[in-house]
Design a protein around this ligand. Structure first.
Ligand code: GCO
Length: 450
């Protein structure tokens, strides 16, 4: 691909890298950190593919200086990370000064290297002690308290803050499909959780703005591009149902609109849960929206009784027209443009940041270096889509690669490597892969041509 041009709009374009707290931090109970639902989930036999956990991960809490220096060396000026709620508040929901101090030191280090922080308040590591988790309406109010604490303690140093990362995963993978913490298997519960998550988002935005009205605030979603497996009306309807669950469920509340009827029918006791006034709280004006894109999905009419409740079944890509990554996801760069265009035709969106894009490419080290060609190709082709969207006038202001480091890939444990930097978990040695060097050279040319 050509040099990445940053000059299609009046806004400077951010090329950054992303991580999340539980996936890299380790230090699971240092400095008064309390357990998260992921700490507990990892202890349950059979939940994590390699029976691993996040207790050590990339030891980022110990090694953050080295990691920030590495980012700077690679040329990054923007870093997206998440704050661990159970690290900064104790089991009585009081501030934990030692945990807050870690993020203050991290922000000092980033500032010293001229790297702008882009923070997310919640990337799935919910404090384990909150009764009922996201099934309890009270959790939304506790989240607003937490947001306000961060606004007070760190707000003046955080120009851009997202409330939630991918609430679809917290709600549906966590409460319906049992693959994420806390491991529930109940369709209606997933919708209850989704509602409480969006309520938490709205309450947190209000709480933050009461302290610090100048922060740029938004949310990070992972909208799904769902193609029908065939042109049959049944498959088309299934693809639409999948999009309603994955997209409308989160975009509707952001604009104060009720869920589409087929979704509302899936929640039991909707009236008690979706109280009058809730949608107004969810629909706070936003300064940006973060979109995470990895792949697309293909839907058919439901094939099992469980899927009948959901209204669709996802099937593997037909004909293998596109290659698959090591985690089995189809490489479909056009999907990035298609999903942005589809969303913009449905909703009026604030400026967009692509807050995650990346690939599981498990290529290892060979004679001290890592030639992750699949990742290089993937990043080039997806950046080209971003470039094209911007050329067409779409207001996309940034692209963050997932991820800076190989890390704990949730239910896959450490079996999947998403990093542009290789991590040897036995020694914690970091080695930039070919993809990191590719981005380094793109950033160099971009800054030289700006
Ligand atoms: C996400 C995730 C990351 C994952 C990545 C790869 O927000 O989906 O933030 O935590 O590691 O998506 O699956």
């Amino acid at each position: 691909m050509q040099a990445f041009q940053t000059s299609f709009s009046k806004h400077p374009f951010e090329l950054g890298c992303a991580t999340s707290s539980f996936q890299i931090e380790g230090a699971a109970d240092s400095d008064g950190k309390v357990p998260s639902i992921w700490d507990s989930f990892c202890q349950q036999p059979g939940r994590i593919k390699d029976a691993s956990d996040g207790r050590t991960a990339c030891e980022h809490v110990l090694r953050y200086r080295e990691d920030v220096a590495l980012m700077a060396e690679l040329g990054f000026r923007h870093y997206r990370f998440s704050i661990s709620w159970p690290r900064v508040m104790d089991a009585q929901n009081r501030p934990n000064a030692a945990g807050l101090d870690f993020y203050k030191r991290l922000l000092d280090e980033l500032a010293q290297h001229d790297i702008t922080p882009n923070a997310t308040l919640f990337h799935w590591d919910l404090p384990d002690h909150l009764p009922g988790g996201w099934l309890n309406r009270d959790t939304a109010y506790r989240f607003a308290d937490y947001a306000q604490l961060i606004a007070k303690e760190l707000g003046d140093r955080l120009p851009r803050v997202a409330t939630l990362n991918e609430p679809w995963c917290s709600a549906y993978l966590g409460y319906d499909r049992a693959v994420f913490a806390p491991g529930g298997r109940n369709r209606s519960d997933a919708l209850v959780a989704a509602h409480h998550l969006m309520l938490a988002h709205g309450l947190a935005i209000k709480a933050w703005r009461a302290v610090n009205p100048s922060t740029s605030l938004g949310i990070v979603l992972n909208p799904e591009l769902c193609d029908a497996a065939s042109a049959s009306p049944e498959d088309e309807a299934a693809a639409r149902m999948a999009e309603i669950e994955r997209n409308d469920c989160f975009f509707s509340p952001l604009v104060g609109r009720d869920w589409p009827a087929p979704l509302l029918q899936q929640i039991k006791g909707a009236e008690a849960i979706r109280q009058p006034g809730d949608l107004g709280i969810c629909a706070q004006p936003l300064d940006f929206i973060g979109l995470n894109y990895y792949t697309r999905s293909i839907a058919t009419a439901p094939k099992t009784a469980e899927d009948a409740e959901r209204g669709y079944t996802f099937v593997p890509p037909i004909g293998q027209a596109y290659p698959l990554t090591d985690i089995g996801w189809e490489i479909y760069p056009e999907g990035l443009s298609r999903v942005v265009e589809r969303l913009k035709s449905q909703w009026s969106l604030p400026p967009i940041w692509i807050t995650e894009n990346g690939v599981a490419d498990n290529t290892g080290l060979s004679e001290g270096s890592c030639d992750d060609r699949m990742r290089c190709d993937y990043l080039r082709s997806h950046l080209a889509q971003v470039q094209q969207l911007r050329q067409q006038g779409h207001d996309i202001r940034g692209y963050y690669v997932w991820s800076l480091l190989d890390n704990f890939e949730w239910a896959h444990g450490y079996t999947q490597r998403f990093g542009i930097v290789h991590v040897d978990y036995a020694t914690q040695r970091r080695v930039p892969k070919a993809s990191a060097l590719l981005l380094q050279s793109l950033m160099r040319t971009a800054s030289a041509t700006n």
